[in-house]
Design a protein around this ligand. Structure first.
Ligand SMILES: [Fe+2]
Ligand SMILES: [Fe+2]
Length: 299
């Protein structure tokens, strides 16, 4: 018999519900199996507020607790809206508060094991903004990022002069860096904290990325991937596992003692072409309160 007191923690990101089949995928998650469980939703739901709301309502009905951090798509504003991405961030946070979606640390205790979940706000650092960018050289790239939608749909007017977007978000996490976490910690962010995660694991015959790496030669993802400062925060907190999204490449990899997990739903065509794998069982199980962390496939 299923012990109702067991708590399980799952990871998922980049659900992009503007695609109807992604919304169907979310709706198809078992509505009774997760009544004690926790879902970590690591950003990129939709730029539309009503779709964010629908998504939060769906997952909040299925899971006992849902944590969320905004992704870049969630903070898009149309140039004609006369708004900006800081206001959009505040609106999204208010929506989370109204719907009981968690954006602050919380401890979970089972019979045998306990766990802290700590959400971390983040953004990427472009190479021209500083050395903490995750930038790597790529030939024939479009360095102007004209085709990168954030260049057109994010507006940061209210930031102080010289303040980087990444710093604006990372400062919000500082209050969590010096807390006493008396159990293992899982952190989550939308953006990547390490360069290594951008690349395939380098193993000969790795089926995942060898054939896809240059599918878009003009685009250098590392310009907009994440920030090294985020990894400093993860390590200050001494997280055991960090969940992230954004790249639409699923990972489960240990680097310098921290396990990094990406479980992106991504776009339908990315799943159909095999660029995104490992979603057969839905969100990824990370931890349960009887046995602790669950091993995952390494790729
Ligand atoms: Fe995404
Ligand atoms: Fe993203």
């Amino acid at each position: 018999m299923n012990d109702k007191r067991v708590i399980r923690v799952y990871a998922l990101s980049d659900v992009h519900v503007d695609y109807a089949e992604n919304l169907d995928w979310l709706r198809a998650i078992d509505g009774t199996a997760h009544k004690n469980d926790v879902l970590l939703l690591a950003g990129d739901i939709s730029h539309k507020m009503e779709r964010l709301k629908i998504t939060f309502e769906i997952v909040a009905q299925k899971f006992s607790s849902v944590f969320y951090v905004p992704g870049n798509h969630d903070l898009w504003v149309h140039p004609e809206e006369q708004s900006n991405s800081i206001s959009k961030f505040e609106k999204v946070c208010s929506l989370c508060e109204r719907l009981g979606i968690k954006t602050q640390p919380k401890r979970f205790s089972g019979h045998k094991q306990s766990l802290w979940v700590v959400p971390l706000y983040s953004w990427y650092v472009r190479p021209e903004e500083g050395e903490d960018s995750l930038f790597m050289q790529k030939k024939e790239e479009d360095s102007g990022l004209e085709r990168w939608a954030d260049s057109h749909y994010t507006q940061w007017g209210p930031l102080r002069k010289g303040e980087r977007v990444a710093d604006f978000f990372h400062k919000k996490n500082e209050v969590y860096l010096h807390q006493n976490y008396d159990a293992p910690v899982v952190t989550l962010s939308h953006f990547l904290p390490r360069k290594e995660l951008i690349l395939s694991n380098g193993k000969k015959g790795d089926p995942l990325e060898q054939s896809f790496r240059d599918a878009n030669p003009g685009f250098n993802f590392s310009r907009v991937a994440g920030c090294k400062g985020l990894d400093k925060q993860i390590r200050k907190i001494a997280a055991s596992v960090h969940v992230y999204g954004h790249q639409h490449r699923n990972r489960d990899r240990v680097i310098d003692g921290v396990r990094y997990v990406a479980q992106c739903l991504g776009y339908p065509h990315e799943r159909q072409s095999g660029q995104i794998v490992g979603l057969e069982r839905g969100p990824k199980l990370l931890w349960h309160s009887e046995g602790g962390f669950v091993e995952g496939a390494i790729f």
